[in-house]
Design a protein around this ligand. Structure first.
Ligand code: FAD
Ligand code: DLZ
Ligand code: SF4
Length: 508
């Protein structure tokens, strides 16, 4: 009997478990552009265009490979509007009794499929290095789930960067070499930009029509939309960007959106690139002497370490992880996250490139927009929905642990051993932003003081009970305690005044 094979918009891999379990001479692949997925958060138009275009091209590839694909476009009058609705519609058309799927990267869809009135078999998504079982086994009995130890296990499992039974170069981690501040000039031109073809152009018109009001510029659209183009971007970056990726991984520069970053997360996350293959290609650059070990190890750690680890956390902690708010933060997400005017140059740079390109690199997300939200006490759930909406690479399994856990400490310390907070000094050290800011990073109080400076102390003091005993934060509290009382009062009063102006909708 015919089975339906569901392929979601971030499952565009020919090796997908659901496809492996199906029979192309008998079964029907179902792919659907649906409003339910396109509106659960107000996605950036570039993200929707990437997914729809890549879905259409992947459907063509499957057809060329001999599959029957029932593809529903968003503007199809028969479109049922949701994944579940489309499955039911196709099931009645073909009189099928079973659906084969690869487990989705979001609890919401996993449970929607479990509730379908016809049997659904959800096979593991094995496009990752660690299975759910591997992560549970690793986590079991550990007091703290620190990424570094998980990463070493992944190095052992994959054999990446091994010299005999030792890690290449004798160390597991070269992060201490990877924190150079922003250089004066950037000698890498950034990601490859692909001209829209006919399929892309058609999707762009559709997205403009339906989602043109969402935050974010649809055009110019330059993303890769199939596996071949994504591979071309990877090759380009390995040759020209990877050599300095490590050195300047944490740097930020005005007007430089991409620096030496790989810009492949969106391609990895929708299945156009395979993580292990990507790491093998990076290792080959180290072995052939075209990229240094600190760069290659740093890159591989992000993929087989952080990327796998956050996925493990997402599935280990279950659907309520997204609602956690350990610090009780409840400020509404400020309008400036949606492009509202701000005098903070670092924030305007990060938000502006998010608007134009649906991209900001890790330190912009963690130490600028994330740091600011944490210091200002923004409701982590609202922030989570923002990150999920505005980045082309954002899918809940990877976005939520990074936001709720790493960035906002809202999970109470599952991921981060201390909150990622900093005053303006860190941003000043790692970027050239402060030089052209309305605020003065050296000013600690007063109207022109960098807001990160006063909010930093405000955060530490309002959460003193929780963090004073944290060995990694003792120095911060000792510095505060050495300040004279008048200064302390001024800092906290300035922070309160600044937050009141933010809440009142002033341009701050
Ligand atoms: P590079 O800097 O070149 O790094 C290489 C690759 O490593 C990335 O492509 C990515 O696949 C992986 N990687 C690096 N850091 C992480 C990480 N912390 N978690 C998972 N993978 C990582 N990444 C997403 O893919 N999707 C998200 O929705 C997402 N949301 C984030 C939200 C916050 C608050 C923070 C702090 C980080 C988030 N990240 C997310 C992680 C990271 O910022 C992006 O993976 C990275 O910026 C993507 O750009 P790139 O491809 O140029 O990465
Ligand atoms: C993100 C997204 C969007 C915008 N649209 C679709 C869609 O129309 N059809 C589809 O199958 N998938 C889409 N996706 C990706 C899903 O939301 C994604 O599979 C889940 O969030 C799980 O990661
Ligand atoms: Fe950001 Fe403060 Fe620097 Fe301005 S002075 S760019 S607000 S860190």
């Amino acid at each position: 009997m015919v089975k339906l094979v569901l392929v979601l918009g971030d499952q565009l891999s020919p090796t997908l478990s659901a496809l492996r379990e199906a029979d192309k001479s008998r079964d029907v692949v179902v792919m659907a552009e649906v409003m339910g997925e396109a509106t659960y958060v107000p996605h950036h138009p570039k993200k929707i265009a990437l997914i729809f275009t890549a879905m259409r091209k992947f459907a063509d590839r499957l057809r060329a490979d001999g599959w029957r694909v029932d593809y529903t476009t968003l503007d199809d009058p028969e479109n049922a509007g949701s994944i579940v609705g489309e499955l039911l519609r196709r099931a009645s058309e073909h009189n099928v009794a079973e659906v084969i799927a690869t487990q989705s990267g979001e609890w919401r869809l996993i449970s929607a499929l479990e509730d379908l009135p016809i049997p659904v078999h959800q096979f593991p998504d094995d496009r990752f290095i660690a299975s759910h079982r591997d992560f549970v086994d690793w986590a079991e009995g550990r007091k703290a789930l620190r990424m570094e130890y998980f990463y070493r296990d992944m190095r052992r499992k994959t054999g990446l960067l091994r010299d005999g039974d030792q890690p290449a170069g004798g160390q597991w981690n070269y992060d201490h070499d990877n924190r150079k501040p922003a250089p004066d000039a950037v000698d890498f031109s950034g990601p490859l930009r692909f001209e829209p073809d006919a399929t892309t152009a058609e999707v762009l018109d559709l997205v403009e029509d339906r989602f043109g009001q969402n935050f974010g510029d649809l055009r110019p659209f330059w993303f890769a939309t199939d596996a071949q183009q994504a591979q071309a971007q990877l090759d380009h970056w390995i040759a020209l960007g990877l050599p300095k990726f490590g050195d300047f991984q944490d740097a930020m520069l005005t007007g430089q959106k991409f620096l030496w970053h790989s810009i492949i997360s969106m391609y990895l996350n929708i299945g156009l690139l395979d993580p292990l293959e990507v790491c093998k290609q990076a290792e080959a650059a180290y072995r052939s002497g075209t990229a240094p070990l600190n760069a290659v190890e740093g890159f591989i750690r992000q993929i087989i370490g952080w990327r796998e680890y956050v996925r493990g956390i997402y599935f280990l902690h279950g659907p309520d992880y997204m609602t956690r708010n350990a610090l009780g933060h409840d400020r509404d997400l400020p309008w400036l996250y949606w492009g509202g005017e701000t005098k903070m140059h670092c924030m305007s740079q990060a938000v502006e490139q998010t608007r134009t390109d649906a991209y900001a690199h890790h330190i912009q997300r963690l130490m600028v927009t994330g740091n600011f939200a944490l210091l200002a006490g923004v409701d982590p759930h609202q922030l989570h929905e923002w990150y999920l909406a505005v980045y082309a690479d954002a899918f809940e399994w990877v976005e939520a642990p990074n936001t709720i856990g790493m960035s906002q400490f809202a999970d109470g310390g599952v991921i981060a051993s201390k909150p990622y907070v900093s005053s303006g000094a860190y941003i000043d050290r790692m970027s050239d932003y402060c030089g052209s800011c309305h605020y003065k990073v050296k000013d600690k109080t007063g109207d022109t003081a960098c807001p990160f400076n006063v909010l930093y102390w405000h955060f530490l003091i309002r959460h003193r009970d929780r963090f004073a005993g944290n060995a990694r934060m003792g120095n911060m509290y000792r510095t505060w305690d050495r300040m004279d009382d008048t200064r302390k009062e001024t800092v906290l009063a300035d922070a309160e005044t600044w937050l009141a102006r933010l809440d009142a909708g002033e341009v701050v």
